[in-house]
Design a protein around this ligand. Structure first.
Ligand code: TRP
Ligand code: ZN
Length: 510
């Protein structure tokens, strides 16, 4: 306890001894990372965020982004200092209304020293005022802000937040979001959740977006450009928001023919995964040169190139599956990425089965036989791929073979109970692969250690006699169009270099 002696001038020589409450404990600095071995600087120690209020102004012509982020958090330890993850230039920081000292480091850390130390368990309001050109801010030669001819997009994994708002950038610290963006009239701004309002004045239009359910920081998205925004509801009453760049050219029809089926596909997936967890769903297609999609929460990011060969409902199914596996139930550590990608890819296989384009078993057989034992594909352990292979093809395809192996080991009845029960039990939380294994063992009543070890944690091609292994490859089971080698390989712009090994995510049509 720190004590202060205050001399009251009005009372002459009367001295009052005041005890400043709990906040006086000195504590120390919060850690610069949350403890994720893949990304030591991801997230921070010492507090949890409950809400982000992000108020922005963006000028597409100059890439000038100005913002005020108001962050509501609660401390988890006494703090003399704490960090946010952020790369843009900061003008001012307030903590609980008082000006705070701040410094930016090369590791994307914004160090904040409040005027007064913070006591464990107290609510904290942090205001960060900033301005920068996010497309020009690079870390390791890379910017997560992807500029387009009409604006820009923040959609990247594992990080993109730091290029548009300061945060505790790790999936374990979820929060609700209000994002309000001022853009020149004729330009639109898109973020997560529901568009709660839109108003114009003096040549600028403000778009207000609201995410009412807990959202991981990398699943927050911002897109600015010229969009056609559509709002609708599913037969079940779920709001659907879709948006298409006005410059999709020849891909416009196929993009709409895919993404406009979102409502139907989310209903179909609910029959496997249980009730849809969020308050809206949708997707947007900006005019980016990339070839990826990202499961940004309730407002999915798609690339035009994914629709270059006609409609692609398989990718829509993949990203929608992530709303359960990845968004509602998020990784505990980035090494748990199989819980996202293995199941999103498996959902595509279920869709293929539904569409009579090959059963999940046939696709598993196909993947198994496609890669010979000496192919580097088998050296990646989907259960712990390492940061350099986090999005390797093996995490998706071998990862989905692992799901099929589980299905074969426990039988359809138990398997589909697991598939639906897990996102229900873990809704809005975080979980690890060992926790999933324990859950599958509990539901199936079978020990699954050997199966998980074989399919997720071994750096070589499993033998066909392995536990729960898919049946022997059926000749001609999968059409040649499914061959990974036959897939389009869209150009990979420099700013997206983080994904280097993603053959199978460029077009996850199978
Ligand atoms: N999670 C994305 C998917 O499978 C793939 C992905 C990984 C990605 N890293 C990315 C997409 C970076 C865009 C940017 O759907
Ligand atoms: Zn995915």
């Amino acid at each position: 306890m720190r004590k202060r002696l205050i001399v009251s001038a009005a009372a002459g020589a009367l001295a009052l001894l005041l005890t400043v409450p709990a906040a006086a404990a000195p504590g120390g600095p919060g850690a610069a990372g949350i403890g994720d071995t893949y990304y030591p600087y991801a997230g921070n120690g010492g507090y949890n965020v409950s809400h982000y209020d992000i108020r922005l102004k963006y000028q597409p012509a100059t890439d000038q982004l100005e913002g005020t982020a108001t962050i509501l958090a609660t401390t988890t330890q006494d703090l003399t200092r704490f960090n946010l993850d952020f790369v843009l230039g900061v003008q001012e920081v307030l903590v609980n209304g008082r000006t705070a000292a701040f410094a930016s480091t090369g590791e994307s850390e914004l160090q904040i020293t409040p005027a007064r130390p913070l006591a464990k368990g107290s609510p904290v309001t942090v205001v960060v005022r900033y301005a920068d050109k996010p497309g020009e801010v690079e870390r390791g030669g890379y910017s997560a802000w992807l500029r387009t001819p009409d604006g820009g997009v923040a959609a990247n994994e594992p990080e993109s937040a730091a290029w548009w708002y300061p945060s505790n950038d790790h999936p374990t610290d979820k929060a609700t979001f209000d994002v309000s963006v001022l853009v020149p009239d004729g330009t639109q701004a898109i973020s997560n959740g529901i568009l709660t309002g839109q108003s114009s004045r003096a040549g600028w239009t403000r778009y207000n977006w609201r995410q009412t359910k807990p959202q991981a920081t990398y699943l927050a998205t911002l897109a600015i450009g010229k969009f056609d925004i559509r709002t609708d509801t599913t037969p079940g009453g779920l709001p659907v928001v879709t948006a298409y760049s006005k410059d999709l050219g020849d891909n416009d029809g196929a993009a709409r023919a895919s993404v406009e089926r979102t409502g139907e596909l989310v209903d179909w997936l609910s029959t496997y995964f249980g009730a849809y967890p969020f308050d809206s769903i949708g997707g947007y297609v900006p005019n980016v040169p990339t070839g990826y999609a990202l499961e940004t929460q309730t407002q999915i990011f798609y690339s035009p190139a994914q629709f270059a060969r006609g409609s692609n409902t398989s990718t829509v199914v993949h990203e929608l599956a992530h709303q359960w596996y990845g968004d509602s139930v998020s990784v505990q550590r980035w090494s748990d990425i199989w819980l996202n990608e293995g199941f999103a890819r498996y959902a595509q296989w279920l869709w293929s089965e539904h569409e009579n384009e090959g059963t999940a078993q046939e696709l598993a057989d196909y993947i198994y036989s496609y890669y010979p034992a000496d192919n580097a594909f088998w050296t990646v352990k989907p259960g712990d791929p390492g940061p350099d292979h986090q999005f390797a093809g093996a995490v998706y395809d071998r990862g989905a073979v692992a799901v099929q192996a589980l299905r074969n080991a426990v039988g359809d009845e138990k398997f589909f109970r697991i598939l639906k029960g897990w996102p229900t039990e873990r809704r809005f939380g975080n979980a690890s692969i060992p926790q999933f294994q324990a859950y599958a063992e509990r539901i199936s009543g079978k020990p699954l250690g050997e199966l998980f070890n074989t399919w997720l944690f071994t750096d070589s091609k499993p033998a066909l006699s392995s536990a729960g292994v898919p049946a022997a490859p059926a000749a001609g089971a999968a059409a040649s169009a499914l061959a990974p080698s036959a897939k389009a390989q869209p150009q990979e712009p420099k700013s997206w270099k983080k994904i280097q090994e993603t053959n199978s995510i460029h077009d996850s049509r199978h």
